[in-house]
Design a protein around this ligand. Sequence first.
Ligand code: NAD
Length: 484
Amino acid sequence: MKQFMNFINGEFVASGKTFENRAPTDNSLIGLVHEAGAAEVDAAVKAARAALRGDWGRMSAAKRTEMLHAVADGINRRFDDFLQAEMADTGKPLSLASHIDIPRGAANFKVFADLVHNVPTESFRMTTPDGGTAVSYGVRSPLGVIAVVCPWNLPLLLMTWKVGPALACGNTVVVKPSEETPATATLLGEVMKAVGVPDGVYNVVHGFGPDSAGEYLTRHPGVSGITFTGETRTGEVIMTAAARGVRPVSFELGGKNAGIVFADANFEQAVAGIARSSFENCGQVCLGTERVYVQRPIFERFVQALKARAEALVIGPSTQPGVGLGPLISAEHQRKVLSYYERARAEGATVVTGGGVPEMPAALAAGHWVQPTIWTGLPETAAVVREEVFGPCCHVAPFDTVDEVIALANDTDYGLCTTVWTQDVSVANRCGQEIDVGLCWINSWFLRDLRTAFGGAKASGIGREGGVHSLEFYSELRNVMVKL
Ligand code: NAD
């Protein structure tokens, strides 16, 4: 039986308490996960704190960069192990995991290691009251021990997106992967060890949120800052924990993102783009589109074309050729998504396609499958138009004017992203400037340049990461003033 152990101070550590890790594809047992209790979390935080004062803390920036490149190379050397682990835990298609999750997971170490060298700090010269001169300059030092609390939808990618810049800035980390996806964070411990990252720099504690590793970690006074990706509700709880000791937080939270298609858009590209943003990773992407607004002249045609795309998706396990839609992560999440499918029907939706569970072969019948689903005809007050479902579904509504659609897009507590499809530069830029989100994609979606700011407005997050913005969270900027 495979065991997923905690990784503390360079060693794999068992705990007296385990829970099952099951495959979303067929509910088969993948292995047992060792849940960290308060003692294991305390040991991990203490190891991380000690490492700040050890070889890691004394290491030159050049050597640290070299080591982070070695981590990326180490992931790529074991690409297939990471791929298999991620596919087993999430059930996502091979095409997705092999093109996005694993390569971007490795790239996060290289990009941020290189970036740190190229960001200048400020310097000012001034005349002092006695007629002399003083020079100020900025120095960045690590924040300390960073708690990295992760979700299950893009496990390696979203974890390394935090661990990469945190380590590049000289911090140490304690990672709490999602209880649903413990594998790749554990595997990364083996890579860290193999390439010689000093003990205590990268630690992993497994478990759940409340009364478990998540709560123990975020409440631990030895943690200097918390970076969290997950639900807005969980963010509220973690923010309360962070208040003690006034620790900084960086939050990437939920969304209810609008996709907007104007009548002048390149029709085929817009349909393909919205299909991707609604159904990729079985709709389990924070950036996903669950509200689609289509300008009236092309509304009917668009709905039919999107329906054809949804119905053409091959539903199946990761390695089945041509598969485009895997299962949802868990039975609990399947129940939640299906309850929204039911509510949409009860609130009077026209179900354009989907709305239930697909018929699967007997060997996969215990998996957490749902059909890609499109609704029309709901008011803006309907639950599936207002609340994040996090499944492969969207509601499509018509609109007439730019003013109207900007108001519709903004009528939500969330503000993560939007995807806008038009050939009109002025309209595109109005949307880019007037929709209250952290990320606005024009004629594209989920296109990333790691030098740019990433994060959400309103209830979708606090702070920005990516490029220099990551440095701002993961380091303390000190001003040194020298009277000459
Ligand atoms: P979640 O909030 O349920 O869990 C995320 C992590 O927090 C898990 O590791 C969990 O164990 C831990 N946790 C839960 N309660 C905790 C507590 N009280 N204290 C400390 N830790 C706790 O989220 P999820 O279901 O894993 O992920 C899906 C959510 O994440 C969606 O809302 C999605 O929009 C969001 N998300 C956002 C982004 C983004 O970049 N904005 C990216 C991916 C996912």
